[in-house]
Each structure stands twice: as structure tokens, then as C-alpha cells.
Write a new protein. Structure first.
Length: 608
């Protein structure tokens, strides 16, 4: 449903002329089609005067919903436009005329043209109002001296309202200035030395295996009960239950191929025409993505340990966590280079409330309802070409800081009508409030903890947080996702939100004792077992344990669990690393590219 139309009423005609039985079938079919685009909307017949009265009564009883991002900012729908090209560059000055809506328009603020980017205003003029029915109170006043200033074109009816002040003009700077010395080590202050001394005194001393580094010591389990074995465990050699997993699944199942003889030449021609309209490359790519999504649903985050590469090298960026909820993770640790280019707030919510409160109290500038002409500088000619092609030209005045780049989080929920797999970090088109841009989306779970698990694919049925590098936008604002698909709301601006990618290494019990078991197929070398020994283990049936020792040199290891394992159970090890969005922000999206294969196939999302 469009952001500018939060409510809709559907009307159909000609239903009463059909037989009674077909009327019922037709209404059901129309409801099925309408439910995919307008959930909860009613369909009204419009064949008689009584039907029209009922529809008008229903429309008049609806409550008008305000859109926060539209009522808090000045915006203009361009009715007329002219482009004055510059002599030296391809960009020029765009003159757009329209009525000011929302809030008073200030000339020193930046202006966003939907689908094209941010620009500066040089001056605002007041041409004659094309609608004579508007009262004279909506017309802008003349200058204080009563004179009329003409434009360069020589039209004496056009009055100059205000010109931009270079000293008060907002900058178009979108990225922070990179300081090459920002990452250099500085001498610690007295406060930092006192904090370090206090942490050293309060530090808990634990026994760790010989050769364990300080980094690996953070993985050691603090529960001493699991490290102590009963006396009965020393007699494991007597009570060994020899259950060897002799069942080997052969993935290469033989399939019989049946040959079909087609005698009808017309059938062959129809198949050829059908194949001509099919893209084999796209079909193969969709099949691969479908298999990846299905495998991720059946075996979440499970990966295979490589045979040729040591696991301690292949997964060296991952670490173990005893608890996803309570284990610490420093949000300022190992940040990517893109974080040097973004802006962040000390308290985003406090800044948002202050700026929105100031915006609602402003009464300076061009008032709402005036018909004005904006002179916008350094606009590419593609904006005028888009307007001449019949696309709407929407101008929105930005609030302070809304041109600066940061990490934006959006809460979305996938519509059940869409079944296409949407992979994390895939490039999508975003309609975030008044902005439309293209960026790579990073999906994560919506939880109240300080760490959030990465979702490899956009899940269905659960709210999901989408993180992207994008310009700052103050909530509230609706969000639509398009595939080059989903509706939601802007959540926050927080570069310190920790999104963790989880991988799961799996092993199989080979010999099972009372509380211990020999596990294989998780690692294939003794060195890998000793490297990941501090990480806690779990099983699919809810058992927890840890690695006790390595057996031999081919990846077998003895593990201790809180209870006895079953032969059908699988031993798992969770490893985590922090992930960040990709910097693929592209503000030039003149028209949203929506791929719709059939009615209702667009991946839109219900409003949160």
C-alpha cells in the first residue's frame, strides 16, 4: 500500500448483473486478489444509488492518519520546472514551482529531490498564483520597501522572497573527514590508568590449560561442576558401549530416466516457444538460491569443516560465546574502514526529540500554502529529463544532520505472499520515508539484547532488522523494500549495534559412555581440537559439554557432557564473528524497479 495512502476502499461494478451463484464466486475471487495488495480492505458494489450512499458513508467515517515524516518537513510537489544549464559543467540550476506543504520552508536548509539526491537552494521567488480561487491570505507579501524585484528573465510579476545566506547555509558534506592519525596509540590519561588498576584488582583468576592465551582464556567455562568428573568415569574402559555409526548415506542416488516420444508437431512448437521466453541463466541462479535457503532452514548456520585447510586458520576470525545474551562483546572492536566515514550521536533518541521539537515550533521562512519557485543549484540534467518523462518531482526540506551518512536500522516484516529467497547483503531498493536509494541490506534478529544474530535470508513471519549505510533520517518514517521487495518502519541510527554471524560446526558421537563420548567429523587434526578446546559444546537434543582431550591425530576427541548422549544426537559448536553492511549506497533511483511476476508477488511488508 502506498505511503501516501494509508487507507483504501475498493469498488467494483457490474456484479449485480450476473446470476446469484456467480456473484458469490466473483466476490470471493476479488477478495483473494485484493487481499495480497490491500489487507483488510472491503469491496463495495457500485451499481445503484444505495450502493453509492453506503460507500460515501463508509469513506466519511474513516479517520485520517497523519504521516509523521511528511508533517514534520516542508515538501513541494513540482508543478512547473525549468532547467538553466551551466556553461562549464553539465549541471545547472533547476527552477521548480509549487505549493509549500507540511512546515514552513527555509532557504538555508538542504533540499532532497526524491530519487536524485540532496541539493542547495540559492533563492526563492513568488510568481503569480495560477489558481485564482485561492484567497489572498495565502499569497506571499512584497518586500519591506514595497518594491518589486524582477527575475533575470524580466518578468515584473515575480517577486524575490529570500536569498540564501552563505554563512548560515547548511553544507552538503555527507561523510566525515578521515583523520589518518585517529587510530594511533596515545599516552593513557590518569583516569584510564586508575580504571585499568581497578579492573586488574577485580579480575577473576581462573585455571586454564597450559599454552592458552589471554584471548582464548575468555572462552573458558566458569562452571567448575562440568570440569570435575565422577569417580565412576575412571572405569570408562570397562563400560564402553561400542556403537559405531556404520550407516553411510550415499548422496548420489540413481534415478531412472524415461524417454517420451512426442508425435504431435504442434506440441513441439509450443514447447519451443515456451523455452524461448525462459532465461536459463536466471532459472539456474534462482534454483541455486532456493537450495541455499532450503538448506539454511533445515540446518541453520551449519557449515562443513574443510579437509585441506586447518579449522583454526579457516575460522580464525570467529570466537566462542558461552551465552549469546550475557557474554561481553566490545562494539568498538575491530571496526571496518567505512566507520571512519560515518557520523554517530552520543544519544540518538535525545537528539531526535530536540530536532523534531524545534521543527514543530519554527514559524520562519516561506509559509505553508504559498506558491513559490525554488532555484536549486548544481542539479544534473537527468532530473529535468525525468520530469519531462512524466514522473513526479517531489522536493523535501531536510532537517539538520539528515544529509550525513551513518548506519541506519529498519524494522521490517515480510509479506506471506512473497516466496522468493532474499539473501543478506543483496542489493535492494529502499523507500525510507521520503528517500529512495539503493543499498545492500544486512538482516539480523530483532531482540532486546546487545548482540543480534545475523539472518542469512530474510525470514517470513517474524520482524527482522535491516541494517544499511544510508543518510540519517529521524523516525518515525515508513519503509518499503523493493527487489530490482517489503514494508516496515525506521528503527534507529546506531553504528554500535552488534550483528554477529554464527556458524555451527557439527560432529557425530562415535563411542558413547555414561557422561563422555568420542566425537569425530568435527575436526580433522589434533591442533584444531586443542585450538577450539575452550569453546562450549551443545547438542541438538539439549545436552551441554566441553572438549576434554584429543584422541590420536585424525580429529577424534573425547568430550564430557552433563548427561548421557543418544546415538542419534549431533554435537554442535557455535562460533561467532561480527559483520557489517556493505557500502553500496546509491541515491540516484529515479524510479523504483519492482519485479512482479504475478499479482501479489511483490515482496512487500506489513507496517510495524
Amino acid at each position: 500500500m502506498p505511503l501516501c495512502c494509508p487507507w483504501a476502499a475498493l469498488v467494483c461494478q457490474g456484479v449485480s448483473a450476473l446470476p446469484v451463484k456467480k456473484q458469490v464466486e466473483l466476490r470471493r475471487a476479488l477478495l483473494r486478489v485484493a487481499e495480497t495488495r490491500f489487507p483488510g480492505a472491503r469491496i463495495f458494489p457500485l451499481d445503484r444509488g444505495q450502493d453509492a450512499a453506503l460507500l460515501l458513508r463508509h469513506v466519511g467515517g474513516q479517520k485520517q492518519h497523519r504521516l509523521g515524516f511528511r508533517s514534520q518537513r516542508a515538501h513541494i510537489l513540482g508543478q512547473r520546472a525549468a532547467f538553466i544549464p551551466a556553461s562549464d559543467t553539465g549541471a545547472g540550476t533547476l527552477c521548480v514551482s509549487g505549493y509549500v506543504r507540511g512546515r514552513p520552508l527555509q532557504v538555508n536548509r538542504l533540499l532532497h529531490i526524491v530519487g536524485h539526491g540532496d541539493f542547495q537552494i540559492s533563492r526563492i521567488d513568488a510568481p503569480p498564483d495560477p489558481l485564482p480561487l485561492i484567497s489572498s491570505t495565502s499569497c506571499p507579501p512584497k518586500h519591506e520597501n514595497g518594491d518589486v524585484e524582477m527575475q533575470d528573465g524580466g518578468d515584473p510579476a515575480v517577486r524575490l522572497l529570500v536569498e540564501a545566506d552563505p554563512a548560515r547555509r547548511e553544507s552538503l558534506q555527507t561523510e566525515a573527514e578521515l583523520d589518518p592519525m585517529d587510530g594511533e596509540q596515545t599516552w593513557p590519561t590518569d583516569t584510564e590508568l586508575l580504571e585499568a588498576e581497578e579492573d586488574r584488582r577485580n579480575k577473576k583468576i581462573m585455571k586454564v590449560p597450559k599454552g592458552t592465551s589471554n584471548y582464548q582464556a575468555a572462552w573458558i567455562l566458569e562452571d567448575g561442576e562440568e570440569n570435575v568428573e565422577d569417580d565412576e568415569e575412571s572405569e570408562d574402559d570397562v563400560r564402553v558401549i561400542e556403537e559405531q555409526m556404520a550407516r553411510e548415506v550415499d548422496d548420489s542416488d540413481s534415478q531412472e530416466e524415461e524417454e517420451e516420444e512426442v508425435s504431435s508437431s504442434g506440441h513441439n512448437l509450443a514447447e519451443q516457444r515456451y523455452d524461448e521466453n525462459m532465461d536459463q541463466m536466471e532459472e539456474g541462479e534462482e534454483l541455486r538460491r532456493y537450495r541455499e535457503a532450503r538448506t539454511n532452514d533445515m540446518f541453520p548456520d551449519e557449515v562443513d569443516t574443510p579437509l585441506g585447510t586447518p579449522a583454526r586458520i579457516r575460522f580464525q576470525r570467529y570466537r566462542g560465546l558461552k551465552s549469546m545474551r550475557s557474554s561481553p562483546w566490545d562494539p568498538l572492536e575491530n571496526l571496518p574502514p567505512e566507520y571512519a566515514r560515518i557520523f554517530q550521536f552520543q544519544n540518538f533518541e535525545r537528539t531526535r526529540r530536540r530536532i523534531l521539537a524545534e521543527a514543530t515550533q519554527e514559524d520562519e521562512g516561506v509559509m505553508v500554502g504559498w506558491y513559490v519557485t525554488l532555484h536549486i543549484e548544481n542539479v544534473p540534467p537527468s532530473v529535468m529529463e525525468s520530469f519531462q518523462a512524466g514522473r513526479p518531482l517531489v522536493l523535501v526540506s531536510l532537517l539538520p544532520h539528515e544529509q550525513k551518512m551513518s548506519v541506519m536500522h529498519m524494522l521490517v516484516k515480510r509479506h506471506p505472499a512473497n516466496t522468493d529467497p532474499i539473501k543478506s547483503k543483496e542489493e535492494l531498493v529502499f523507500q525510507c520515508g521520503f528517500r529512495r536509494f539503493r543499498a545492500s541490506a544486512l538482516f539480523s534478529q530483532h531482540t532486546s539484547a546487545d548482540k543480534h544474530k545475523l539472518e542469512r535470508f530474510l525470514p517470513s513471519g517474524a520482524p527482522t532488522v535491516v541494517s544499511v549505510y544510508a543518510p540519517i533520517t529521524f523516525p518515525t518514517a515508513g519503509v518499503l523494500l523493493f527487489k530490482q521487495g517489503a514494508e516496515g518502519c525506521l528503527l534507529s541510527c546506531d553504528p554500535q549495534r552488534v550483528v554477529l554471524k554464527r556458524i555451527v560446526l557439527s560432529g557425530h558421537p562415535f563411542k558413547i559412555n555414561r557422561r563422555s563420548a568420542v566425537v569425530r567429523y568435527m575436526f580433522f587434526s589434533r591442533e584444531d581440537i586443542m585450538w577450539f578446546k575452550p569453546v562450549e559444546l551443545r547438542t541438538k537434543w539439549g545436552r551441554r559439554g566441553h572438549i576434554k582431550e584429543a584422541l590420536g591425530t585424525h580429529g577424534h576427541m573425547k568430550c564430557v557432557f552433563d548427561k548421557q548422549l543418544c546415538s542419534q544426537d549431533t554435537v554442535l559448536m557455535n562460533l561467532y564473528k561480527r559483520v557489517f553492511p556493505r557500502w553500496t549506497y546509491d541515491p540516484y533511483v529515479p524510479q523504483a524497479c519492482v519485479r512482479i511476476s504475478e499479482p501479489g508477488a511483490m515482496a512487500d511488508i506489513t507496517m510495524q
